[in-house]
Write a protein that binds this ligand. Structure first.
Ligand code: CMX
Length: 134
């Protein structure tokens, strides 16, 4: 397993349009695109900052993990994503170490990345996403 960079920081918001008033108009970081990820029941919006990105996450259903997160904790940082060079190998290595994974196999993530989540109970309270990009 080779973790390389912080790929993005995911922020749960009730409304991407509302949140962009701060991120774009207040802070001057331009959104480069939006994508609905049906499997995760979210719409994502990306705001690049040098080599990493802020990812705004808006739920598309009450069953979305993002809707449940906001209901429990309110809007805020939802996950941190670290890029690895080989996600399958990283998951196998972590599983062998007995680390509690949410996804044992890569899933589709926004922008065509391969992603998998590690449970917050295994990380000291942070939902961790591992991502691999071409
Ligand atoms: N960050 C930190 N802790 C979190 C958390 C988060 N985002 N979400 C849940 N937790 C904590 C809860 O507070 C709870 O802790 P306590 O037991 O101490 O109260 C614990 O994890 C279990 O939470 P839960 O509410 O009982 O379980 P959920 O049914 O809400 O599931 C989780 C939580 C993380 C397993 C689920 O949200 C999940 O599978 N997430 C991965 C997928 C995802 O989040 N997709 C959205 C983003 C997609 C994208 O980026 O494209």
């Amino acid at each position: 397993m080779k973790p390389t960079v912080i790929d993005h920081i995911g922020i749960a918001v009730k409304s991407i349009d509302e949140a962009l008033k701060f991120w774009e108009e207040g802070l001057g970081i331009k959104c480069t695109g939006r994508e609905e990820v049906a499997e995760q029941k979210v719409i994502t919006a990306f705001l690049p900052v040098e080599d990493t990105e802020v990812e705004l996450l808006q739920a598309t259903s009450d069953e979305s993990p993002v809707a449940k997160f906001i209901e429990k904790k309110g809007e805020g940082i939802h996950h941190i994503a670290i890029r690895v060079d080989n996600l399958e190998a990283a998951l196998a290595e972590m599983k062998a170490k007995g680390i509690r994974l949410i996804d044992e196999k890569p899933r589709y993530g926004a922008g065509g990345a391969k992603i998998a989540f590690v449970h917050p109970k295994a990380t000291g309270g942070i939902l961790l996403e591992l991502s691999e990009r071409d």
